[in-house]
Structures are given as structure tokens and as C-alpha cells.
Design a protein around this ligand. Structure first.
Ligand code: ZN
Ligand code: FE
Length: 255
């Protein structure tokens, strides 16, 4: 049975997620920007947090980890590479390691770029990947620590997952990301259709995540760095994908 996923708005524009395995009653919490909305979401379903999965060390993803771990006894899992700047870990993981949520087997994918120790958690049987601030909804995280080449390699790994994979990212940034996307990809029909859907969702105050990887591949300008039309539009016809990505990321930083 696939994991049941719950999206929890936190702080101004963060998202935490619950991933629940009904067969065993196991519940993973992915990132803890703050504790109260997560405890409320758990209580509303009669679930208990058994695992906390940390994507990266930024405060808006870990601020509530220790409090939630103490309150629930949940096992805290995060990147070995970042153990020195994460809350105390019960399990330190690296590329390819497995993370078990009951019957749900996940795999750790190292996705440096936004930070050098950023990881994603992919659960193939549930077709879901938790990407936080690496691959984001119609965008990608700002490069605070890593290089454009590192982020491009990270995005390439995520883009290789099956098309139906649900991408659970860390923030509600879709609408502003789409404004940038339209500036470099104005004739993309899938992007224009997505802009209309996202505007309607936001007008109702609803979350625009998660989305399928197929939709990201069709609309996310950073994943479209491989597209000859995109390359030509930004003045880099025939250039390597990583170079086009770096240019798009720089354009977004100034947008
Ligand atoms: Zn971050
Ligand atoms: Fe963040």
C-alpha cells in the first residue's frame, strides 16, 4: 500500500509533510519548520510521529526538530555530511542509503546546490520524492553553498525518476516561480495552463504542491535547460545543459 502523504503549511510559506504507512501505523515527518501545525495534523488523524526526516540544515526546515522528537520519541534521520550542523541524529545517512517507514522503503539521494549537504528522500513504491529546496515547484533552490554544476547534477538525478513521481518541495513559491518561468519560456502552452491553475489555487488559498515530475519537466525552466528552444531564447544555442542551467539560475537571481 502506498504511503499516505499530507501537506502541512508552516510559518509564512514553508511546507512540512507527513508520510503515513497505514499497515504498520508508522508516520514520517519530513522537515519541521515549526511544531504546532505538525502536532495538530497528526492529532487530527490519530497518528503518532515515529520518524523525522531532515532535508537540510536551514532553520526554516529544522527549527522544531528537537521539540517534536522529544514530544513524540521519533527517530531523527538526516545527512551524515551535515551532522555537525543538524539537530542530534539517531541515523546519519548518505547517497543510496535506505530509510524505512513501516513497509515503505525510501532511498536517500544527495542533492547538493542550495546547501552542500541537502538530501532528498525517494519512496519508489509510493511514487513520491521529498525535495525541499533542491527541485522546487516550477523552480529550484537558490545556490547558497553549492555550485551551478552541483545543482545541475542534483536536478538531473531527480529528473531521472519516473514521470508519475509526486514532487514534495519545501515552500509555496510556485506563483513567483511561474512569473520567472514565463519570462524565459513565454510560448510554453503547458506552462501557461499551469499558471492559470496555480492562480486559481492561490486565489482559494490552496497549496500548489505536490506536483508530478512530468508536470515539472514540462514547465520548470531549470529542468528545461536541456531544451534547444530554451537554449536559443537565452542566447546560448548549442551550449551544454549545465551552462544553460547556470545562466537561467543567474537570471532568476536578478529577476
Ligand atoms: Zn533552505
Ligand atoms: Fe527553505
Amino acid at each position: 500500500m502506498p504511503l499516505e502523504i499530507v501537506t502541512i503549511p508552516c510559518l509564512a510559506d514553508n511546507y512540512a509533510y507527513l508520510a503515513h504507512d497505514a499497515a504498520t501505523g508508522t508516520t514520517g515527518v519530513i522537515d519541521v519548520p515549526e511544531v504546532t501545525p505538525i502536532l495538530n495534523a497528526l492529532a487530527a488523524r490519530g497518528w503518532k510521529a515515529s520518524h523525522i526526516l531532515i532535508t537540510h540544515h536551514h532553520d526554516d526546515h529544522i527549527a522544531g526538530v528537537e521539540t517534536l522528537a522529544t514530544a513524540t520519541g521519533a527517530r531523527v534521520i538526516g545527512a551524515a555530511a551535515d551532522a555537525h550542523r543538524l539537530p542530534p541524529l539517531d541515523e546519519a545517512v548518505a547517497e543510496g542509503d535506505s530509510v524505512l517507514l513501516g513497509m515503505g522503503a525510501g532511498r536517500v539521494i544527495e542533492v547538493p546546490g542550495h546547501t552542500v549537504g541537502h538530501i532528498a528522500f525517494h519512496f519508489p513504491d509510493s511514487a513520491v520524492v521529498f525535495t525541499a529546496d533542491s527541485l522546487m515547484s516550477c523552480g529550484c533552490g537558490r545556490l547558497f553553498e553549492g555550485t551551478p554544476d552541483q545543482m545541475w547534477e542534483s536536478l538531473t538525478k531527480l529528473a531521472a525518476l519516473p514521470d508519475e513521481t509526486l514532487v514534495c518541495s519545501g515552500h509555496e513559491y510556485t506563483q513567483s516561480n511561474i512569473r520567472f518561468a514565463l519570462s524565459v519560456d513565454p510560448e510554453n502552452a503547458a506552462l501557461k495552463a499551469r499558471a492559470a491553475r496555480v492562480a486559481a489555487l492561490r486565489a482559494r488559498g490552496e497549496a500548489t504542491v505536490p506536483v508530478t515530475l512530468a508536470e515539472e519537466k514540462a514547465t520548470n525552466p531549470f529542468l528545461r535547460a536541456t531544451d534547444p528552444g530554451m537554449k536559443a531564447r537565452v542566447g546560448l544555442a548549442g551550449a551544454p545543459d549545465a551552462k544553460v542551467f547556470a545562466h537561467l539560475r543567474a537570471l532568476k537571481d536578478r529577476f
